[in-house]
Design a binder for this molecule. Structure first.
Ligand code: PMV
Length: 336
């Protein structure tokens, strides 16, 4: 019998991935960039048992048995098994996979990114595979390929049809920008109404803004973002992050029928942050929103206390829960 347990954190994109050119291989229409949070808070944890005594392969997520015939699960397992030494005696043994997230699942908080990164990493450990497994994690959930690495990560869209060059690379390690913090404001922890898969598909089919974004905006913005991260240029980083989040949600509105991921509270947070930055005479905090109403704020350690106080004042804690993550790159310590 073999047993492995792995933990993988979520990543929060500052240049968003939105739109696939290949639905099966999960190949994107643009590059994306994210920071992987530290391991202490928003994580997926996966344990795998591989044993000749198991009569079938089973997969539990947050205590609920999941279908193992899902295309994404099967794709990951198949691609991992392709890399395994065919003589490995336990290659044919069944698996018992148990995964859990310590934060709301499918609420637009990158749970699938952490989940699939963790699953693929744990499978790679069970079968003793080395090398860049990010393109396999990508087949579970696109953004999962970025959670394979810590620190600042770029998912290169690649241009082959087989997806062999569509993988994540680290731009800078977790130690690079130690002052950076992420605050996650949970506006709503319920499962989102439109999955990112169906939202993306409809955007690709109907949004002309998405085509313009992928062809004319993201390539240049990606270069600028990499330079800003490398130079620890917070002002440029913050502006690009907010512009990219806003453009992603503009694409969602340009989609027909539209996907509404932000709600009134999300929009109030956006207004508040611009008001706050303007009032301070400099950019102190940047927001970004994934496919859901919850806000992720990127800010520097020195500004965390005041920003939390300001948020708690405007949105008293009963109406908005705030978590403060402190750690290595984009770090983790909870404020109660
Ligand atoms: O990996 P998916 O299918 O959950 O898509 C994630 C898309 C966004 O979170 C909205 C953006 C991103 O780059 O993470």
């Amino acid at each position: 019998m073999k047993i492995v347990t792995a933990v993988a954190p979520v990543n929060i994109a500052v240049i968003k991935y939105w739109g696939k050119r290949d639905e099966t291989l999960i190949l994107p229409i643009n590059d994306s960039i994210s920071a992987t949070l530290s391991l202490e808070h928003m994580c997926a944890k996966t344990s795998i048992v591989c044993s000749p005594d198991l009569t079938e392969t089973k997969f539990w997520l947050n205590g609920e048995l999941q279908p193992t015939d899902s295309k994404r699960f099967q794709n990951c397992l198949r691609e991992i098994k392709k890399l395994v030494n065919p003589n490995l005696e336990y290659l044919s043994w069944n698996l018992s996979i148990c995964s859990e997230n310590n934060f709301p699942t499918a609420a637009g908080l990158a749970s699938s990114a952490a989940g699939y990164a963790c699953l693929v990493y744990a499978l790679a450990k069970i079968y003793e595979i080395n090398g860049n497994i990010s393109s396999i994690a990508r087949m579970g959930s696109g953004s999962a390929c970025r959670s394979i690495f810590g620190g600042w990560v770029r998912w290169q869209m690649g241009n082959t049809t087989d997806g062999s060059d569509s993988l994540a690379v680290q731009i800078a390690p977790e130690t690079h920008w130690p002052e950076m913090r992420v605050l996650v404001l949970v506006v709503n922890d319920k499962t989102k109404t439109y999955s990112s898969t169906s939202g993306m598909k409809t955007s690709v089919e109907t949004s002309t803004l998405l085509k313009h974004r992928a062809a004319n905006i993201v390539p240049q913005r990606t270069k600028e973002m990499i330079t800003a991260i490398k130079n620890k240029d917070y002002k440029t980083f913050a502006k690009l992050t907010m512009q990219d989040s806003n453009q992603f949600h503009a694409v969602c509105l340009d989609t027909y029928p539209p996907c509404f991921y932000l709600n009134d509270t999300s929009r109030a947070i956006i207004e508040l942050i611009h008001f706050y930055n303007q009032n301070k005479g400099e950019t102190k905090v940047a927001y970004t929103f994934d496919a859901g109403p919850n806000a992720c704020l990127y800010l520097l350690e020195k500004d965390v206390a005041e920003v939390i106080a300001m948020i708690n004042y405007v949105f008293p804690p009963t109406s908005l829960k705030s978590d403060y993550f402190k750690g290595d790159t984009v770090p983790s310590k909870k404020l109660d």
